[in-house]
Write a protein of this length. Structure first.
Length: 286
């Protein structure tokens, strides 16, 4: 039997990096989770154990720390691009770099004191290859949102297993994971991020929803029609079901007031919304 090496990549995942900038008595922090993944001439490493082309994952981690000191950490997309370009341009054996960063937000509690903001994480995924092709995704995870009305679900398929009652007024709640693709390299990733996030929230709150699918599309559409620098939005939204509790055993009615917030199972609604003329995504989503 004959076998061969298929697609492969390697790197250091989840390097936790905190950069403090000491501006006199006022300090600033950036709190990152950096994952690097490299690929290229790795046949020898896999087939014969020859590591001559392998940049150790430990070195990849060190590079992230050294770059945080040397270059500082601005927008996560820019830091990811810096690292990706460095690996590809300095190592002949490395043909492609993927750098993913999550940024945890902290609010100021004092000149040198900070309070972690909720569970929401800003994210990016950057690819760069030796032909100079670069792609940038920005995004967020765990943006938890809830509407107490303005959501219906009815008119769906009913078969012999359907028990779900139709509703014209329900709680709609989800934890949004969103990623959006930049058409080129952006001038201002920070401003772009704030604007896309604002659009997602505005559409979630402002859409009279007949399903989470319809809300998902409205969110992507609003971001794309407002932000010219992006061409595709991918959303993953668990339907965090809120079930009305039957209070009749206690002689109480329940007119959409008391719910059981179930954590599982949950519906998972996922989709992509893109411009008609969006350029080919290439390796952006890999
Ligand atoms: O918005 C919804 N979409 C569905 O596809 C679905 N399925 C379900 O049971 N509840 C819901 N809600």
């Amino acid at each position: 039997m004959s076998v061969k090496l298929g697609p492969n990549r390697y790197g250091k995942s989840e390097t936790r990096l905190v950069r403090v900038v000491r501006d006199g008595p006022v300090h600033h922090i950036k709190d990152l989770n950096v994952s690097t993944s490299l690929s290229g001439d790795m046949e020898a490493a896999h087939l014969t154990g020859d590591n001559a082309g392998v940049l150790p994952t430990d070195t990849q981690k060190n590079t992230a720390y050294a770059f945080a000191k040397r270059h500082g950490v601005g927008q996560i997309e820019e830091f990811a691009l810096l690292l990706a370009r460095h690996f590809v341009t300095t190592q002949p054996s490395i043909h492609h770099a993927r750098v993913e960063i999550g940024e945890y937000a902290w609010s100021r509690g004092g000149p040198h004191s900070f309070v972690r903001d909720g569970g929401e994480v800003r994210t990016c995924v950057v690819h760069h290859d030796r032909d100079g092709r670069t792609t940038v995704l920005s995004g967020l995870t765990d943006l938890v949102v809830l509407n107490t009305t303005g959501s219906e679900f009815h008119g769906y398929v009913v078969d012999e297993y359907t028990t779900l009652p139709p509703t014209t007024d329900r709680v709609l709640a989800t934890a949004v994971t969103a990623r959006w693709r930049h058409t080129g390299e952006s001038e201002s990733y920070g401003k772009s991020y704030e604007e896309v996030r604002r659009c997602l929230l505005e559409a979630f709150a402002g859409t009279h929803s007949r399903s989470l699918q319809q809300t998902l599309y409205a969110m992507g559409e609003h971001a794309l029609t407002t932000c010219p620098e992006i061409c595709e939005v991918r959303l993953s939204m668990p339907n965090k079901h809120h079930f009305l509790v039957d209070l009749s055993p206690f002689g109480l009615d329940n007119d959409n007031e008391v719910y059981h917030a179930a954590d599982r199972p949950y519906g998972l609604i996922e989709g992509s919304v893109l411009r008609e003329d969006a350029p080919d995504a290439g390796f952006a989503w890999e």
